[in-house]
Structures are given as structure tokens and as C-alpha cells.
Design a protein around this ligand. Structure first.
Ligand code: ACO
Length: 169
């Protein structure tokens, strides 16, 4: 049995039970490299050609920190060939000094495979991440997105909060 990145119990059972038959939503696992994890995330952006060893190194680092909650949606193939990762999303918890040592969740890397878009899986991913954020005691979740995706995040319960400023290196 593969080790999950974090306790699956942090994802609301209301969300886990809402997936269609053959689909599961769960924490990232060490064997997801072989289930098309990178092909899924590439609908969002380029990833480079990451070897399994480097994937596992990053996975172990995230697990050791205990603040990364990377979630995937897996589809079981009807031909019996196994599972395919069809959705990704991650939440990182930042512990702050303000708001009585409050915690904020940063949501990133939301991607649903092209052939699965428009079926409600993106919404379920965001619901799962929001349920984790509440469960681990965050007072809010923050994300940045393109104007083209604003309507999607509004449907997921997010409101425009201000400008997103970036500096690339
Ligand atoms: N604009 C407006 N509304 C939208 C959009 C959009 N771009 N996308 C979906 N919606 C609506 C749907 O119509 C649906 O509304 P309904 O409930 O009234 O029918 C609702 O939002 C939920 O839609 P889902 O089917 O759950 O969305 P989907 O599974 O297709 O996922 C996503 C949306 C994640 C944006 C997907 O299209 C995708 O992976 N796009 C490419 C990668 C990407 O841009 N990711 C976001 C990066 S930002 C970040 O990571 C923080």
C-alpha cells in the first residue's frame, strides 16, 4: 500500500463520496509518477522532464515539512490497465504572526485533464482543498489566476481580493 502525503481523513467525506463511479480524490502518493501525474499537470504549464528519482525527492521533502497537501483525482481505466491521474491541486499552509498566529492556505497547481474538463471535477478539487484548509485551521485560502479562470473560482466560492503582483527570476 503506497504511503499518502498526508492523512486522507483531512478531505471532507462529503467531497470524497461525491466523485462519479471509478474516480477517487485522495492525497498524492509515491507511485503516482507512473499514473500520468506529469501529463495531467502539463495542462496547466510546462514541467520539464522530471525523473522518478527527482519526483520522489520532492515528494519526501514535502512530506517532511508537513505543510503541503497535494491532492489528486484518479480515474480507474475500464480496460483494467490501472489508474490515471486526471486532476491535481495543492495547498500549502503558511503559519503567520498576524491574526493571533493565524494560518493561511495558498492554493496552486489546479489542473484537470482536457478530456475531463467541464464535468465538475475542478469544483470538487477546490471543495476538497477548502475542506483541508478548514480542517487544519486556516482562516482563509489565497490563489492567483488568469482573468479567463475568474468565473471558475467564483463558482468555487472565491472572491476577487486585489491585485496579484509577481516578480520572476
Ligand atoms: N470560466 C468561467 N466558468 C468556468 C470556467 C471558466 N474558465 N471553467 C469552468 N467554469 C464553470 C463551469 O461551467 C461550472 O459551472 P456550473 O457549475 O454552473 O456548470 C463550474 O465552473 C465548475 O466547473 P468544472 O467542470 O468543475 O471545471 P473543470 O473541471 O473544467 O476545471 C479548470 C476548471 C481547473 C480551470 C480546468 O479547465 C483546467 O484544468 N484548466 C487548465 C489549467 C488551469 O488553467 N488551471 C487553473 C490555474 S490557476 C491555479 O492553479 C490557482
Amino acid at each position: 500500500m503506497a504511503t499518502p502525503l498526508f492523512s486522507p481523513h483531512l478531505i471532507s467525506p462529503t467531497v470524497t463520496s461525491s466523485l462519479p463511479p471509478g474516480y477517487t480524490i485522495r492525497p498524492l502518493s509515491r507511485d503516482d509518477y507512473h499514473k500520468g501525474f506529469f501529463a495531467c499537470i502539463q495542462v496547466l504549464t510546462s514541467t520539464g522532464d522530471v525523473s522518478e528519482a527527482r519526483f520522489l525527492e520532492r515528494y519526501d521533502y514535502m512530506k517532511s515539512l508537513g505543510v503541503h497537501y497535494f491532492v489528486v483525482i484518479e480515474r480507474q481505466e475500464e480496460d483494467g490497465s490501472g489508474g490515471t491521474i486526471v486532476g491535481t491541486g495543492t495547498l500549502m499552509v503558511e503559519r503567520k504572526f498576524i491574526h493571533d498566529l493565524g494560518s493561511v492556505a495558498h492554493i496552486e497547481e489546479i489542473a484537470i485533464r482536457k478530456e475531463e474538463q467541464g464535468k465538475g471535477l475542478g469544483l470538487k478539487m477546490l471543495n476538497a482543498l477548502s475542506s483541508i484548509a478548514k480542517e487544519v485551521g486556516c482562516y482563509k485560502s489565497i490563489l492567483g489566476c488568469s482573468p479567463a479562470n475568474e468565473g471558475f473560482y467564483e463558482k468555487c466560492g472565491f472572491k476577487r481580493g486585489g491585485l496579484d503582483m509577481n516578480q520572476y527570476y
